[in-house]
Design a protein around this ligand. Structure first.
Ligand code: MG
Length: 408
């Protein structure tokens, strides 16, 4: 089973993992706006039973999964509840599923992502562990699927790894859109833009005293709490640098980060002739979600179109790694390898949770990241298999769950 070309009329089957989170709910909006194009076959989420029931009534999937298995679900006729740790993997490889959308967090998403790619399904992912921890595993599968297509028809839109592992993140979607129709040998640099978060203009002293309330106030994007804190520390941008290295197969030295407070330029590519292509848009995740679903086509969207005159001005500046050390720590982890970057992303989960519950100060976040990478990220096996990645994730979380965090 493999995705059909977009000129055929049968709707594409979708499995949506993480359907009630921020990405999941916006994906549902896009799918409902294009109900003639997509048929939702499976929905999975963690705890939000009421929202999952409402989605099931509207979308009529064949299967749903709620990780909180003690909670009862009231489901419409024709929708089954799947239980057990394998439910997500089973959904990802369903015969009539063509695209698996991954809106869940955590290293647990790696198994369904790999299973989907191996079964010839397209994956559209907003899950950072997919690439930060599992980039070496996932991109090998995406390249294999693309190679199979290229052998038949090199002009097939699916003859590129990015068509199999489609980024939903706005920055990576932007770079992907800039690269369509270009040769990789023509790419000089990737430029990831960062809003800079709520503390971009604050002094080191003000940042050190940052509270969760202030950090949660993101200037441009409406996102979940975890990613909002990550954008305040720039850890989010550091993780995106690692993802970019895997998605676009470029060296770390060729990936720049530029602070762009307006979040209008979502990212850019500099080519060897000095030409720079950027993708611009309003800060609305429904745009990159929809592009990942409809590639290589574009369809009308309910997101507001960008008005350049209204935007009026766009500012850019270099990031300050002294005030925001997470960016440097992430680059170093990425250069060390997948074990180090897996330790980094697990540590970031713990660090953000502890900052939010008041057991770690704001600068404790980068301190914990660096300590975790030093303690768990070094070693010869920098391309671990899934079992090793899951084990490492658990070790890092356990080691830093409580207690003081010393500077590395
Ligand atoms: Mg992003």
């Amino acid at each position: 089973m493999s995705p059909r070309s977009s000129t055929e009329v049968r709707p594409l089957g979708v499995a949506l993992l993480g359907s009630t989170g921020s990405i999941g709910r916006q994906t549902v909006e896009v799918l409902e706006a294009h109900a003639d194009r997509f048929q939702v076959r499976a929905l999975a989420t963690g705890r939000n039973a009421a929202e999952l029931e409402a989605q099931a009534r509207r979308l009529r999937p064949a299967a749903v999964s709620l990780a909180d298995e003690g909670t009862q679900l009231d489901l419409p006729a024709g929708t089954e509840r799947w239980r057990g740790g394998e439910a997500l993997e089973r959904m990802a490889v369903l015969d009539d599923v063509d695209i698996v959308v991954v809106g869940t967090g955590g290293v647990v998403s790696l198994r369904p992502v790999l299973a989907a790619l191996r079964a010839g399904k397209v994956v559209a992912s907003a899950n950072k562990e997919t690439l930060v921890s599992g980039g070496h595993l996932v991109m090998a599968e995406a390249r294999a699927r693309a190679g199979e297509r290229a052998a038949v028809d090199p002009h097939d839109p699916l003859a590129t790894p990015l068509a199999w592992l489609r980024p939903i993140d706005s920055e990576h979607s932007a770079i992907w859109q800039c690269l369509v129709g270009e040769r990789r040998s023509a790419v000089a640099r990737l430029i990831l833009t960062a809003s800079g978060g709520p503390f971009r203009d604050e002094s080191a002293e003000e940042i050190a005293a940052a509270t969760p309330e202030r950090a949660l106030r993101h200037p441009n994007w409406s996102m979940g709490a975890k990613i909002t804190i990550d954008s305040a520390t720039l850890a989010n941008k550091g993780l995106e640098v690692i993802e970019a290295r895997w998605l676009y197969d470029v060296a770390y030295d060729a990936i720049d980060v530029v602070v762009h407070p307006q979040s209008v330029v979502h990212s850019a590519v500099l080519f060897i002739d000095g030409s720079l292509k950027a993708q611009l848009g309003t800060p609305d995740m429904r745009l990159p979600i929809q592009y990942a679903l409809t590639y290589p086509e574009r369809l009308p969207s309910s997101a507001a179109s960008l008005d350049l005159v209204a935007a009026a001005r766009l500012d850019f500046r270099a990031p300050d790694e002294a005030r925001f050390p997470a960016l440097r720590i992430a680059r170093e982890a990425g250069r060390t390898g997948s074990r180090a970057s897996a330790a980094l992303i697990a540590a970031d989960e713990v660090a953000v949770a502890r900052f939010l519950d008041g057991t770690l100060d704001f600068n404790g976040i980068p301190r914990l990241l660096e300590a975790a990478v030093r303690r768990f990220g070094e070693g010869d096996d920098q391309a671990p298999d899934i079992a090793a990645l899951v084990a490492l994730d658990g070790e890092v979380r356990a080691a830093f769950a409580a207690g003081p965090v010393e500077a590395a």
